[in-house]
Design a protein around this ligand. Structure first.
Ligand code: PNS
Length: 160
């Protein structure tokens, strides 16, 4: 039984994240999506909101769980009995940071491997940051995330 964790900020999740999660769910017996609580990025959504948004979006994937976590991704992996950390790679610009993170995690936890899934081409340009920016300026975000997420984002922006 191979468990993989997929850590990230998910502020909020996009079709790109959901693509990685659904493909990971086919590769591994169990996938635990980890929503980072103590992000240095000052998230728009609270960790509870990000977890709930993701839970709703992946509810049909029976081997996927969504949890909040604090601290190191490798500790989250160990706490969940995971042998693998999943990360999505969109473009070569992601690579340097992702490689450094994977190598650091390997030093911290030699028993945990990082597996990169290349984001499907149709979502290669997409990020939570881009989606939030388009939404802030009134652009159409329906191609970026499912309705539940785009509605939550528009509501959050209106409240701000
Ligand atoms: O979605 P993101 O913001 O690209 O995800 C980044 C994340 C959460 C995977 C990364 O910041 C992380 O692992 N943070 C937890 C702290 C940690 O483990 N740092 C050591 C790896 S360099």
């Amino acid at each position: 039984m191979v468990t993989a964790v997929y850590p990230g900020s998910f502020d909020p999740a996009t079709y790109g994240h959901l693509d990685v999660i659904s493909r990971a769910s086919l590769c591994f017996d169990r996938v635990v999506v980890g929503v980072l609580h103590n992000s240095a990025k000052s998230p728009l959504f609270s960790v509870e909101e990000r977890v709930n948004i993701l839970k709703e979006a992946v509810k049909d994937l029976t081997n996927v769980e969504v949890k909040a976590f604090d601290g190191l991704s490798v500790n989250f992996a160990r706490e969940n009995g995971a042998q693998v950390i999943i990360r999505g790679l969109r473009a070569v610009t992601d690579f340097e940071y992702e490689l450094q993170m994977a190598q650091t995690n390997r030093v911290l936890a030699p028993d945990v491997d990082t597996v990169f899934l290349t984001t499907s081409l149709e979502y290669a340009y997409l990020s939570s940051t881009i989606m939030k920016e388009v939404a802030c300026f009134g652009g159409d975000i329906r191609k970026f995330a499912p309705e539940g997420i785009t509605e939550a984002l528009l509501k959050k922006i209106q409240e701000k």
